[in-house]
Design a protein around this ligand. Structure first.
Ligand code: RNT
Ligand code: ZN
Length: 419
């Protein structure tokens, strides 16, 4: 498509939205400010660089064997640079502790900011904020599926120390980059089969988390989050860190709660949780993901769930309260494409939500005119959001439409055979 055609379509679209009282120019400046946090672990199937050939374990799994996964941090950054170049706007990176560059084996409870200095330099140069995660899986001390809630106090202590070290790394990124890191704790702890005692591990988890959070860190540098889950691989019957546990925990400790779209019953969506939680919690972290039958972490597609999440963030005026991260790992397709497609979809869903004629819809609702509300909601589904998206991409100097795939195909030809 030529520039003038993109512009023409945009102008027509703009008129359609203006007729509903929506100022598209304002919408685009709001979208420009949105920064989503790209999960480093899509690039190497959650392997990390702690020890070469380390096995992924702990209730999550990446499936597929598409060639070309990043084998070291340099390759991962190179891949990420391509992804960021295909996304309109300026975005963050979500880093896991196992992506350290230490040059030798460092125990998880001994990781330090200096092991992440190359990431910091890269983030600074490219103006990416960084978020962080302790890695409480893929480790001998997590092999029986328990970490912070382990019945053995010495194992718990090890993971407490790892989480404390991780918060300090979050703080370091926050200070260095001038934007707070959200340090998110997810642990796999749970049982495959019916437990005899559901409460004791939860009491231990509470105790461990309180130790992790004992030291106050300036929220300008680091924000803490906890991520609940209903079930995992090997923890089908019971997960210690459930939604109820962590909601109450986050609320009582004034930290963030993380909602992962794949962590609930298959028909339960996280979108409807946002408005309630934001009445009580100041901020949330999202792991935008797509479960298929189970928490399978498929690439985020432009489906109803994603649109509902975006709508809830926008309708609650919560773009500054909801940190939007992605969380999936598909090893069956080009990993740069997986990142790019999911990120572009998330941004496009936010655009679509921002383009909603909220005043009109709410008016129908308060007047009890539900037929008009439904008619408008349905009409909006085929409104020309794509024309606005294309124009936005053009203005942001990133590929329009499918052109991003040409860049990825070229990169794949040049770079991936070397791996
Ligand atoms: C696992 C959680 C967690 C992980 C990442 C790698 O079920 O979703 O967020 O996916 O920490
Ligand atoms: Zn997650």
């Amino acid at each position: 498509m030529t520039e003038s055609k993109i512009e023409q379509s945009y102008n027509l679209a703009k008129e359609r939205y203006a007729a509903l009282g929506v100022d598209v120019g304002q919408v685009l400046s709001a979208l420009e400010k949105v920064s989503i946090s790209l999960h480093c672990w899509q690039g190497d199937d959650v392997g990390g660089f702690e020890n070469p050939g380390g096995e992924l374990g702990g209730g999550i799994a990446a499936t597929g064997n598409y060639p070309g996964k990043a084998r070291n941090a340099e390759e991962l950054r190179k891949d990420l640079d391509v992804v960021y170049s295909l996304l309109p706007g300026s975005h963050r990176l979500n880093l896991h502790a196992i992506y350290l560059e230490a040059g030798k084996k460092v125990e998880r409870n001994e990781i330090e900011p200096r092991h992440f200095s190359a990431w910091k330099d890269w983030a600074k140069t490219n103006k990416h904020g960084v978020d962080f995660n302790p890695t409480c899986f893929s480790h001998p001390k997590a092999a029986d599926g328990f970490t912070l809630a382990h019945h053995d106090g010495s194992v718990r202590q090890f993971w407490v120390e790892h989480c404390i070290a991780s918060r300090k790394i979050g703080e370091y990124f926050g200070k260095e980059l001038g934007t707070p890191a959200v340090t998110n704790i997810w642990i796999p702890d749970g049982y495959k089969d019916t437990p005899a005692d559901r409460q004791s591990p939860r009491r231990l988890l509470l105790e461990s988390l309180d130790k992790v959070l004992a030291e106050k860190i300036d929220p300008r540098y680091n924000l803490d989050a906890v991520e609940p889950k209903l079930f995992g691989i090997g923890s089908e019957s019971y997960v210690v860190g459930s939604m109820e546990f962590y909601t109450a925990y986050a609320l009582s400790r004034k930290i963030l709660l993380t909602l992962d779209a794949g962590h609930f019953h298959p028909t339960e969506t996280i979108a409807d949780k946002i408005s309630s939680l934001l009445i009580y919690l100041d901020q949330l972290l999202l792991h935008v993901s797509r479960g298929v039958r189970w928490d399978s972490d498929h690439v985020v597609t432009y489906n109803d769930d994603l649109q509902a999440i975006a709508q809830e963030i926008v309708r609650n005026k919560a773009l500054e309260k909801v940190h939007i991260g992605l969380d999936y790992f598909d090893a069956s397709i080009n990993r740069v494409a997986a990142w790019t497609i999911g990120s572009r979809n998330t941004l496009r869903a936010l655009l679509s939500a921002l383009l909603e004629p909220q005043a009109m819809l709410r008016k129908c609702e308060t007047e009890g005119d539900f037929s008009s509300r439904l008619a408008l909601q349905e009409e909006l589904k085929t409104f020309p959001v794509g024309a606005v998206w294309d124009y936005y991409c053009m203005k942001q100097n990133v590929p329009v439409g499918l052109d991003f795939m040409n860049v990825i195909k070229d990169y794949e030809k040049k770079e991936l055979p070397k791996r």
